[in-house]
Write a protein that binds this ligand. Structure first.
Ligand code: PCA
Length: 337
C-alpha cells in the first residue's frame, strides 16, 4: 500500500482560553510517519498535513469546502479542545444543532438552530469496537460533540464527505475532543491522536463487507422492519454493497430488489460492526424516504414487514445488532430543535 495522505486539524485559542492544545497537537503530528509491526518491518507509511482552523464559521467550513472542491485525503482527524472534559472524547456523530453559549472568534453566537437540516450525521466507524488497550489514556465515546464550532466543523465535513461519493464509502473521519493541558499533557494527547489514526487506517485494510440498512419512517414516526425468511429475525431492510458500489446506490438497489420500493438515501445515521460466520459486516444505517411504489415482500428474502415505534420498545427476535440500532434511535435520534 502506498503512502496514506491524512489531514489533521486543530484550532487556535477562543473564548477565555489563551492557548488551545489542539493546535499544538495538530502541528506536532505534521510530516511523515512510519508504523512498524512487532518484527520491526514497516506496515504503513503516512503523511500528515496539519491545518489550524479559525474558531468561526469560516474555520468550520474550511475542510468541507476543500472536500467539495476536490481535495482528497485517506483520513481526516479533527481535534478540538473540550474545556469541561476530564478525559478525551471520541465523537461518534455530529448533531444538526448549534446553540452557542459564548461568542465565536468572529463575534457570532448562533442560538438554537439547525446547521444543515439534514439530521444528525454519524461517522461511518463503529468506535465501540476499537481496541482501546493501545491508547495512552482512557477515552469516552460520545454522541454529543457539543453545540459550538467543533460540532459545526464535524457536521460540515461529514456532510461534504457523504455528498462526494467515490467508491464504497467516504474515507474515515473522526472528531477527537481533548481536555485542557492541566488535565492531559500535549504529548499524551498527540500519542492518542496517532492511535486514533492507526485505528482509522486499519479499517481500510481489514477485510470487511460493507452493508447498508435502510431507516424509513412513516408519518407517525414508526420505522419499517422486515422479517427474514431464513431465521425469522427482524431487521432493517437492506443488504451488502457490491464491490466499489457507493452506499447510496446500494441501499436504493437493495430496497428495490427486496421490497419493490423506490427510495432516496439521505444520510448515514450510524455504523455497527457485526461478526457473522468469520466475516466482519460493517452495517451502515442510512436514513431514506420512499418516493415510489408500495412495499411488497419478496418471500425468498422476507416473510413479513411491520412499522415499529422506537419509543415503545417491544421484544423482538432481532437480526445481528439491529436491536441495538433501534435502541440507539430511541436514545439519540430525537431532534433537539
Ligand atoms: N473547541 C471548541 C471550538 C474550538 C475548540 O478547540 C468546541 O468544542 O466547539
Amino acid at each position: 500500500m502506498g503512502t496514506q495522505r491524512i489531514l489533521v486539524t486543530g484550532y487556535g485559542p477562543f473564548g477565555t482560553h489563551d492557548t488551545n492544545p489542539s493546535q499544538e497537537v495538530a502541528l506536532r503530528l505534521r510530516g511523515m510517519h512510519r508504523v512498524s509491526d512487532s518484527s520491526g518491518s514497516v506496515t504503513q507509511e503516512f503523511e500528515i498535513t496539519s491545518r489550524i482552523l479559525s474558531v468561526d464559521r469560516s474555520g468550520a467550513t474550511e475542510t468541507s469546502k476543500a472536500v467539495l472542491s476536490g481535495e482528497r485525503w485517506d483520513a481526516i482527524l479533527h481535534i478540538g479542545l473540550c474545556g469541561s472534559c476530564e478525559r478525551p472524547r471520541l465523537e461518534q456523530r455530529a448533531q444538526d444543532h448549534l446553540d452557542m453559549r459564548i461568542q465565536d472568534n468572529s463575534g457570532r453566537a448562533v442560538k438554537s438552530s439547525k446547521i444543515g437540516g439534514h439530521g444528525h450525521l454519524g461517522s461511518w466507524m463503529d468506535l465501540g469496537n476499537w481496541t482501546q488497550s493501545s491508547f495512552p489514556t482512557p477515552v469516552d465515546i460520545s454522541h454529543d460533540a457539543g453545540s459550538f464550532v467543533c460540532n459545526e466543523t464535524y457536521y460540515h465535513t461529514l456532510h461534504a464527505l457523504q455528498s462526494v461519493h467515490e467508491g464504497n464509502l467516504p474515507p474515515p473521519c473522526l472528531f477527537l475532543h481533548i481536555p485542557s493541558e492541566d488535565r492531559l499533557d500535549v504529548e499524551t494527547s498527540s500519542h492518542l491522536a496517532m492511535q486514533c489514526l492507526e485505528n482509522m487506517l486499519a479499517l481500510r485494510e481489514r477485510s470487511v463487507i460493507e452493508v447498508v440498512a435502510a431507516l424509513i419512517h412513516n408519518e407517525d414516526g414508526r420505522v419499517l422492519l422486515a422479517q427474514r425468511s431464513d431465521d425469522e429475525t427482524w431487521e432493517f431492510p437492506g443488504g451488502k454493497c457490491e464491490p466499489g458500489e457507493p452506499w447510496k446506490e446500494a441501499v436504493v438497489r437493495e430496497l428495490h430488489e427486496e421490497l419493490s420500493v423506490r427510495i432516496v438515501a439521505k444520510r448515514i445515521v450510524g455504523t455497527w460492526e457485526h461478526r457473522r460466520n468469520e466475516v466482519l459486516l460493517r452495517i451502515h444505517l442510512v436514513e431514506c424516504s420512499i418516493i415510489g411504489g408500495s412495499v411488497q415482500i419478496d418471500t425468498k428474502v422476507h416473510g413479513d414487514v411491520r412499522w415499529y415505534d422506537p419509543s415503545l420498545p417491544e421484544p423482538l427476535n432481532w437480526t445481528g445488532r439491529d436491536g441495538e440500532m433501534m435502541e440507539y434511535l430511541a436514545l439519540h435520534e430525537s431532534m433537539p430543535c
